[in-house]
Design a protein around this ligand. Sequence first.
Ligand SMILES: [Zn+2]
Length: 78
Amino acid sequence: MITYTLICDKDHEFAESFDNYDDCMAQLKAKKLKCPTCGSKNLVKGLSAPNVSGQTAPDIPACPAMGGCANGACGLKA
Ligand SMILES: [Zn+2]
């Protein structure tokens, strides 16, 4: 099971769960899905997958400085 973010032609974002990527694409192609906000069936898959289990992406990238800048000045993780 995998969750993808879908976006309708009115820019409403929502999440849907699918068996896999192919299942997602097949349902989009067959227009079996619709936007819960406006009912549009013109959907595209978003870039992000907010609730994919087993994958943890850090919100903030690590500081690129060697060893980290360590004082938080750059706003990134040390
Ligand atoms: Zn919509």
